[in-house]
Design a protein around this ligand. Structure first.
Ligand code: SF4
Length: 385
């Protein structure tokens, strides 16, 4: 009986049940408050407190507290995965996985001092300071990624911030060119002004990646050359330009569970939620200040994916850096916990990734199919530069 009620209420509260205006996340606040009151306090309190919390957690919310998020993150693993899986099925019933390929357009020589990054000039790694890649090479790589099944092509440049000028103009042209291949485009170029975000939008950019990395409280242990607020400002510019947000973070840098929860809480506080949420495990690169960090426990990644899924039911939760260090079984658990996007291709910006054939085999075994590109935006004309 309870299970039926729980299921009934979850759908009634959160899904489009045919009544105008009652679409999940869109519930008119007085109805929501009345329903919350009924569920928690009414004399017809039909659900146990746990079930009630489960029901309410399925709604799209932007007001998760640190304590709530931490409690979810630290809940018994099987309960956590089960709850995330239920929410995942409700919101992403089609069992598709987004395959995103990543290319470093300009590697190394970055003036920021992110402790995890081998591309920083502050660290002694074997990553040099490359030039911006040529347009044709980028387009060739994108075509190959498309042939292998990728729907999104992500391009990164190791810049602190974008500078207007010839190099940015070339990147804009690459965005147009990749878009013309029928792929979603994403770039990560560091901090952006409002005007630069607008120009990227005009070039047809689908998404901008700009990770929060960690919690605001732990931020200065990881990066000293910028503030957490700098990050948030760029995210605002991206949103205002109408570009979708790809924003997540990294675990395994010595942060606490509370820091992890804080980061997720802040991501879930964005309204609307980020379209993509990459969850990265630190790849400890020799020569970086974090080179001696112990490997991330795969189950911690599962917990992060599940908590992100619960907090942000409709986002694409991307299993990102560090995936190649996971066993197939651990990856399966991450998918079960709500991950539905991966970086696909044998290399990330500078570190290794899982082989494409291995990924395809795993997805086939799991019955997951690659998500086709969502390229509704009109694609601007392209030309080589
Ligand atoms: S993470 Fe990005 S901003 Fe930080 S050092 Fe690396 S390239 Fe630069």
């Amino acid at each position: 009986m309870l299970g039926n009620l729980s299921s009934f209420n979850r759908k009634t509260i959160c899904r489009n049940d045919g009544l105008p205006g009652l679409v999940h996340g869109d519930m008119v606040p007085p109805y929501r408050d009345a329903l919350r009151h009924l569920l928690f306090h009414g004399h017809h309190n039909l659900l146990s407190p746990e079930s009630t919390l489960q029901v309410m957690s399925d709604a799209i919310r932007h007001d998760w507290s640190t304590e709530e998020t931490l409690a979810i993150l630290q809940s018994p693993l099987l309960d956590l995965v089960q709850r995330a899986r239920t929410i995942h099925s409700d919101h992403h019933g089609n069992d598709s996985v987004q395959l995103a390929s990543l290319l470093s357009l300009k590697t190394g020589g970055c003036s920021e001092d992110c402790n995890y990054c081998p591309q920083s000039v502050h660290h002694s790694t074997n990553v040099g300071n490359g030039d911006l890649m040529a347009y044709d090479q980028v387009l060739d790589t994108a075509r190959k990624a498309r042939e292998l099944g990728a729907s999104r092509f992500c391009m990164g440049a190791a810049w602190r911030q974008v500078h207007d000028g010839e190099e940015f103009d070339r990147v804009l042209n690459m965005v147009r060119g990749v878009g013309a291949l029928g792929m979603e485009t994403c770039v990560t170029l560091g901090m952006l002004s409002q005007d630069q975000a607008r120009r990227l939008a005009e070039a047809g950019l689908t998404a901008y990646n700009h990770n929060l990395d960690t919690s605001p409280e732990y931020y200065n242990k990881i990066i000293s050359t910028r503030d957490f607020e700098d990050r948030m400002e760029t995210l605002r510019h991206v949103r205002e330009a109408g570009i979708s947000l790809c924003v997540g973070g990294i675990i395994g840098m010595g942060e606490s569970d509370r820091d992890r929860a804080r980061m997720l809480e802040i991501l879930a506080g964005l309204d609307p939620h980020p379209e993509s949420v990459p969850i990265n495990a630190l790849v400890a690169v020799v020569g970086t200040p974090l080179e001696n960090r112990p490997p991330v426990d795969p189950l911690d990644l599962v917990r992060m994916c599940a908590t992100a899924r619960i907090l942000m039911p409709e986002s694409r939760v991307r299993l990102s850096a560090g995936r190649h260090q996971l066993s197939r079984e651990a990856q399966v658990l991450c998918f079960l916990a709500g991950a539905n996007s991966i970086f696909y291709g044998e290399k990330l910006l500078t570190t290794a990734n899982t082989e494409c054939e291995e990924d395809r085999r795993l997805l086939r075994e799991l019955g997951l199919s690659p998500l086709p590109p969502d390229v509704d935006k009109p694609t601007p004309a392209t030309s080589a530069a």
